[in-house]
Ligand binder design. Sequence first.
Ligand code: FES
Length: 86
Amino acid sequence: MESIEVKICSGTTCFVMGSTYLNELYEIIPQLYGDKVTVKPSLCLGQCSSSDKHSKAPYVKIDDEYVSQATIEKVLDVLKKKVEQV
Ligand code: FES
């Protein structure tokens, strides 16, 4: 089974908008899902370039889906649905 990939943006905009708050996910996700889900930092995910999207940082990408204004709760919510689909 392929694992789901979570990328947490560590680019400047997302950093300024509070992405460090998401660092807990590096511990929480492996605890919840083991090797079913990989979680890693990513360079700018390219979502912050336009001004309307800019304000929706920080971003997290889960497989091909972007989570804007990402919070731990939001990311875990999307991830839960994905895991249930696999
Ligand atoms: S810095 Fe996060 S999408 Fe650009």
